[in-house]
Design a protein around this ligand. Structure first.
Ligand SMILES: Cc1cc2nc3c(=O)[nH]c(=O)nc-3n(C[C@H](O)[C@H](O)[C@H](O)COP(=O)(O)OP(=O)(O)OC[C@H]3O[C@@H](n4cnc5c(N)ncnc54)[C@H](O)[C@@H]3O)c2cc1C
Ligand SMILES: *[C@@H]1O[C@H](CO)[C@@H](O)[C@H](O)[C@H]1NC(C)=O
Length: 593
């Protein structure tokens, strides 16, 4: 790492850890601070969504995470007041089989503290340690830099521990400092949305004996006395959510032992369940809010500091990880002087509609854009928000896309990005998001809509197993799936063609862009021959032995080039060399000769 890191990441929760890791893997220099004296305890946001797992795979840590985690347990709701007979059993996220395109289709559970540990280990491997006990006190930005004041630990003259103020300068600052973070507030970003009227929750982890560890147990009704006990990867430890009109949150946080009788009362199970120590607890106020924009000048926000979610949706941490993945490669390219600063605007452009749709906060966002009297933004936001809503893939987040982004380029189905006007008109002034509950069917079918529509630029790049690798870069381990060919630190140019002329002209065009930020991959049909000259200039030559890649990408005859970005989204689907130049010109600076 260089002596003066160019980027300060403030906050080492999941968003900040992924941000720092992805930045470093993309060649940026980073400092990562957190005001806590040491890492935090607690399960918190333990549900890891399939899309997050795919991103963890790209970071090389999916195996470790899967091994430490448990599958999402089946939920059981008990009949009251006895609290012993199941009223209903259901899967929160019904398990499904992996497919060629979706290798990680299931939600898994791992305590946030354990996930953060895996991330810190990966960070250490790229030479970065969290600087604990270090608080961002204030900052100010100029057109060329951000000056920060950090309060950090220091050894005094007699070896005693003192806090000192350090003034430093960075090129960029990223606030991953959580819902109550200082960065968003200092930027003056608005935090649109609502604080739910529901009771505050008490959340935490507790040791329990006598309960089936394969089931997620629930008693009571959410509006009333309600308790959820979810098994964790730690034997006998359950993660609890507790709500009730008579709960005194302030007292409970100070005296956790008061919880035991409440648990007994809420479950009605006096004999067979034994409640042990409360390992960790906190209170949680249901909030649904998001920023009006994700950056201002040289300062960005990501994760909870940019959006907070209802605790029950299990989305919070996952959306934050996607924010980080979206911004990191762009910012790394800019600090390496390989991309224009304008690339950074697309972070806001690509994330706002996705997050707004996820939070059902389109209405609030629109009110904001309206007050700015910017009709164009208004219409654009509506359209992209509808697209994000219909195709976000629901809670699994596999359909999350950015087809509307100004940098993606689709020469195969260029009009797909615009929804047809009828569909648009149907929503009139009111958006369907508010009706989510009454209209369960429509909402869930919308969540799966992405499964049916043909692949477009801006979509998630599908996986394809069963590859035979004919040529690979040095130091690659044996692999056989596309997800292991794609890179989290390079654009991948997939050429679905074995015509030597076609391949070599694409390779020639590639020559005018930063070569270490792009890899060329020739995807052959089964048993296709390739000329040695072409093979010599490509980084990879892979044979689609079982046809999964050709089938997953199902390109039209005249389109044979797919560009996959480092964040795993398709940047371009192309039929022409002109298109290739246009795409790369929007993303990269051409190296000066
Ligand atoms: C009590 C609680 C319970 C939760 N339960 C659930 C749940 O059951 N399910 C679920 O899906 N989600 C849950 N969440 C939400 C989930 O934990 C968050 O979505 C997730 O942690 C967001 O990650 P983040 O990295 O964006 O922010 P955080 O995890 O909040 O991390 C922010 C970090 O920034 C640091 N920081 C803040 N200010 C400064 C500063 N000025 N200088 C330096 N460092 C600073 C903080 O110390 C913290 O480590 C819960 C959250 C909380 C707080
Ligand atoms: C550090 O800066 C803060 C805010 O400006 C100030 O309140 C505090 O006294 C300073 N601490 C030291 C040790 O100088």
């Amino acid at each position: 790492m260089s002596a003066h890191p160019e980027i300060l990441v403030c906050g080492a929760g999941p968003s900040g850890l992924v941000m720092a890791l992805a930045l470093l893997r993309n060649g940026a220099s980073v400092r990562l601070i957190d005001r806590e004296p040491t890492s935090r305890l607690g399960q918190r946001g333990a549900g890891i969504m399939p899309r997050s797992l795919e991103l963890f795979h790209a970071l090389g840590i999916s195996q470790d995470i899967i091994e430490k985690s448990i599958p999402a347990p089946k939920a059981v709701v008990y009949q009251m007041p006895e609290g012993t007979q199941p009223l209903s059993k259901f899967d929160m996220w019904p398990p499904v089989e992996a497919t060629a395109k979706y290798p990680f289709p299931n939600v898994i559970m791992l305590g946030q503290d354990h996930l953060e540990q895996v991330l810190r280990t990966a960070l250490r491997e790229v030479g970065c340690e969290v600087e604990w006990g270090t608080t961002l006190v204030s900052f100010e930005q100029s057109p060329s830099s951000v000056r920060t004041v950090l309060s950090r630990p220091h050894n005094g003259p007699n070896g005693e521990h003192i806090q000192i103020n350090e003034t430093s300068t960075f090129r960029y600052l990223i606030g991953t400092d959580g819902a109550r973070g200082v960065v968003r507030k200092a930027l003056g970003l608005s935090f649109l949305g609502e604080t739910s009227n529901a009771h505050n929750l008490v959340v935490g982890d507790v040791m329990v004996h006598g309960l089936d560890p394969k089931l997620w147990h629930m008693w009571g009704q959410f509006e009333n006395n309600w308790l959820s006990l979810r098994p964790t990867e730690v034997p006998y430890m359950f993660s609890f959510l507790l709500s009730g009109p008579e709960i005194d949150h302030t007292t409970i946080v100070q005296r956790p032992e008061l919880l035991k009788p409440i648990f007994v009362e809420y479950t009605g199970r006096r004999k067979d369940i034994v409640f042990g120590d409360v390992v960790w607890l906190s209170t949680y106020r249901p909030n649904i809010r998001m920023v009006n924009k994700f950056s201002s000048g040289r300062v960005f926000v990501a994760g909870d500091s940019a959006h907070i979610h209802s605790v029950t949706g299990g989305q919070g941490m996952n959306v934050g990880i996607q924010d980080s993945f979206n911004l990191a490669w762009k910012l790394a390219l800019v600090t390496r002087n390989l991309a224009p600063e304008s690339l950074l605007d697309t972070y806001n452009e690509e994330r706002t509609p996705v997050v707004a749709a996820m939070l059902n906060q389109i209405t609030a966002l629109l009110q904001e854009t309206r007050t700015e009297k910017n009709q164009a933004v208004d219409v654009r936001t509506r359209r992209t928000a509808i697209s994000a809503w219909k195709y976000n893939g629901g809670v699994l987040q596999l359909g999350v896309n950015c087809r509307w982004s100004s940098i993606v380029l689709d020469e195969q189905s260029p009009d797909e990005t615009d929804l047809d006007d009828d569909e648009f008109a149907d929503f009139g002034d009111d958006f369907p998001f508010e009706e989510e509950e009454e209209n369960e069917d429509e909402f869930s079918s919308a969540n799966d809509a992405y499964l049916e529509r043909p692949l477009g630029a801006g979509d998630r790049a599908p996986d394809a197993p069963g590859l035979v690798i004919h040529k690979h870069p040095a130091s690659t381990k044996p692999i056989s799936r596309l997800f292991d060919v794609l890179s989290d630190s390079k654009h991948s140019l997939l050429i679905f063609n074995d015509n030597p002329n076609r391949c070599s002209s694409a390779m020639r065009l590639l020559g005018s862009f930063p070569r270490d930020a792009v890899q060329a991959v020739i995807v052959l049909r089964p048993q296709a021959q390739l000329s040695p000259e072409v093979s010599a200039v490509a980084d990879w030559v892979i044979e689609d032995h079982n046809g999964h890649a050709y089938s997953a990408y199902s390109l039209r005859e005249d389109c044979d080039i797919v560009v996959v970005r480092p964040d795993g989204l398709i940047g371009a689907i192309l039929r022409s060399g002109k298109g290739l130049l246009r795409y790369f010109d929007a993303v990269f600076k051409r190296p000066s000769l």
